[in-house]
Ligand binder design. Sequence first.
Ligand code: FE
Ligand code: FE
Ligand code: ZN
Length: 275
Amino acid sequence: MLIGCHLSASKGYLHMAREAASIGANTFQFFTRNPRGGNARPLDLRDTEAFRAFAQEHAFGQILAHAPYTLNGCSADPAIRDFARRTMADDLQRLEATPGNLYNFHPGSHVGQGVETGVQYIADMLNSVLWADMQTTVLLETMAGKGSEVGSSFEELQAIIDHVELSDHLGICLDTCHVHDAGYDIVHDLDGVLTAFDRVIGLDRLKALHINDSKNPRSARKDRHEKLGEGHIGLDAILRITEHPALRHLPMLLETPNELDGYAREIAILKEHHA
Ligand code: FE
Ligand code: FE
Ligand code: ZN
């Protein structure tokens, strides 16, 4: 199984990969730069080369680079939209040094302009940063629907994809806490939710999972992650997700409120149930 967690990027790729391996992981997620979207660390090609060798040797799956979550490509403010576009373009260029991996971002918040305008701005941004022979797949993350977040329904995510020219480079990262908070009943009707996903978007677009429990009941639209088994989703439902035939091959990243030892325990639990 491809399993890992969110790690700090401050010491570089090789350090993250070693840290992942030390807790039984074979993938990981990291922020491309600090959450406020400031300058990224200078790209160290010795580090990316050493990482690629380590990842190959240890049979790592695809890793997931996460855009700063404050990046908002559908802000009403053109300067904020432009900042998001330039940040994403820079991230995607840098990720060519570790080709074949995934880049995840939050579609954004339309802040009162309406979903349709939001969808169009997000698609405009993607149309200006994607290129034909890029080596990274860009993932839209399913959102909880907090405030005016775009992307809390499968229909909104597909509407963005529909407006993007080079949509072959796009996929979806499904966050279990977010879809639960958005109202999808993954606890009692996982098959129904996946059927809806397949009908609206297509399961072939699904490229990664964020595995989190939720501090809140379904449809709360809150987005507060909980440790596995300690929230409103529960461990049984989480295990049905990680073992589902349509999902069990995907990279799974924990974003639960844990330090390394807590992540190691959760990874061990998920692996133990993986036949
Ligand atoms: Fe996220
Ligand atoms: Fe997430
Ligand atoms: Zn979240």
